[in-house]
Design a protein around this ligand. Structure first.
Ligand code: PFF
Length: 456
């Protein structure tokens, strides 16, 4: 006998499909790879706390605003913005949000794909039992050899791009949502087990202190900008992706409730990844500020020591490869959908064209890790510049414009139309946060470090 009447059950399923698909886009390399190395580089707890505050006070309200634009426009980001700007009686200027999103998503996907390629390479290495019993220096050497080998990096980068293009081309997005429904809970369980294991073989006390006991001397404008950029990156804000999801959101469900769930799950994954990685970092004397390789040294070492570690390591890296694919597809989708809807391109052609562009841009990251390792401008290499421009400039700028537009320009009745079933006080609180906290805070956090960098 059915436990719920069919309509209700269908509604429940739609709700979970939306949450799973958005969480699939949100949870990815940002939670595991980027969160851990940024926390390591920026002094730990102070960064983590600013990041948490940014997620819930700035990013979540702006995420809701972005979804509402998509939900109102019901199309790709460029067309949605055109529509909502017209409806609000405002100028076409606001379409710039979509163009910033296009630029950010292409740049981010270009390096995301290279890092996802590292994950693929580690799946292969786990399959070949490379790490069994290795000491941490040898595990580190393995990582450095990968970076020094442009040919291998290009092979894996190409594989990642090819896979996301295939998924996007044949419109198996429903499949992605279905996969995410299984992947995310399994990933969370795996991370909990890994964190427990790391606390046994690693130095959990130092890790907890590092992650949760702030040393406020680490608090600088540049660090706050990095934490905010990471909050936007991890919730996939400012790239048009969530706007595209908003266009398909289920009717008759509270958007606020669904998005809060996404933010909670996403934050849980990042913190669990931190708890799995940092006990090892401290017991192995790995430098927390070593940079993007942090997780690629700490975790393979742990698997190398574990009973059946080759098997568990393989499963773990496979799972991370899958969540990076769901994020990659979400990053590819807005521009692909725009080409299909605006210019009537055949979907496989559109996805391939975007894929080729991203692949070419990705070569910048590949070579910056080896052949161009010495090129640097103001202390940053090519890869760091790509990341800085996208996560610390384009995302905050896009997010700020979204907050301004939805907070001050869009009409309240139009917005509340899109927020089905949410209590009036939630609406008022959210609008207040958007107008008076998020919009000014993002602007200040964005401007001050840039000003310092240019003047200083
Ligand atoms: N949020 C993803 C992560 O943390 O790995 C990255 C991302 C995915 C950004 C999809 C944007 C997007 F549309």
């Amino acid at each position: 006998m059915a436990l719920m009447p069919p309509i209700e059950r269908q509604g429940w399923q739609q709700r979970w499909t939306f949450i799973a698909a958005s969480t699939g886009a949100a949870v990815g390399l940002g939670n595991l790879w980027k969160f851990s190395y940024l926390a390591g580089e920026n002094g730990g707890a102070a960064f983590v706390l600013v990041y948490l505050a940014s997620v819930f006070l700035l990013a979540l309200p702006i995420l809701l605003a972005e979804v509402i634009i998509g939900s109102r426009g019901r199309a790709n980001p460029v067309s949605s913005l055109h529509h909502v700007a017209l409806e609000a009686g405002s100028s076409r200027f606001w379409q710039i949000i979509a163009w910033l999103g296009v630029a950010a998503s292409l740049l981010i996907l270009s390096y995301y794909s290279v890092i996802a390629g590292w994950i693929f390479a580690y799946v292969e290495a786990m399959f070949d039992d490379v790490f069994i019993g290795l000491n941490v220096r040898l595990v580190g050497d393995h990582f450095n050899h990968l970076l020094e080998d442009p040919r291998r990096l290009i092979i894996w980068h190409s594989s990642f791009v090819a896979l996301i293009v295939l998924i996007a081309a044949f419109g198996v997005k429903r499949g992605v949502a279905r996969a995410a429904r299984i992947l995310i809970p399994v990933l969370i369980i795996a991370l909990i087990l890994l964190a427990v294991y790391a606390s046994k073989i690693g130095d959990i006390d130092t890790a907890l202190e590092f992650l949760f006991k702030p040393d406020w001397s680490a608090l600088t404008p540049a660090m706050i900008l990095a934490a905010m950029g990471q909050a936007f990156f991890t919730l996939s804000i400012g790239m048009g992706a969530m706007m595209a999801f908003g266009a398909h959101r289920p009717d008759r469900h509270s958007v606020v409730g669904m998005l809060a769930m996404v933010a909670l799950l996403d934050t849980a994954v990042a913190l669990l990844a931190g708890l799995a990685i940092f006990p090892l970092v401290f017991s192995l004397n790995i430098e927390p500020a070593m940079g993007p390789g942090l997780m690629f040294v700490a975790l393979p070492y742990a698997f190398g020591q574990m009973v059946y570690g080759d098997f568990f390591g393989l499963l773990f890296f496979l799972m991370v490869a899958c969540v990076s694919l769901t994020s990659g597809v979400a990053l590819l989708e807005p521009v692909t959908a725009w080409l299909v809807e605006r210019f009537n391109w055949w979907r496989p052609l559109a996805a391939t064209a975007v894929g080729v562009l991203v692949w070419l841009l990705g070569l910048l990251t590949v070579f910056s890790l080896n052949l161009w390792a010495d090129i640097n401008l103001w202390g940053m290499g090519v890869f760091e510049w790509l990341d800085f421009i996208s996560a610390n400039i384009l995302l905050p700028l896009g997010a700020w414009l979204i907050a301004l537009f939805v907070g001050w320009w869009m009409r309240a009745e139009v917005i509340s139309d899109e927020m089905f079933d949410d209590h009036p006080w939630i609406f008022s609180l959210w609008r207040l946060l958007l107008r008076y906290i998020a919009a000014p805070a993002v602007l200040v956090i964005f401007i001050v470090p840039l000003y310092q960098r240019l003047i200083g």
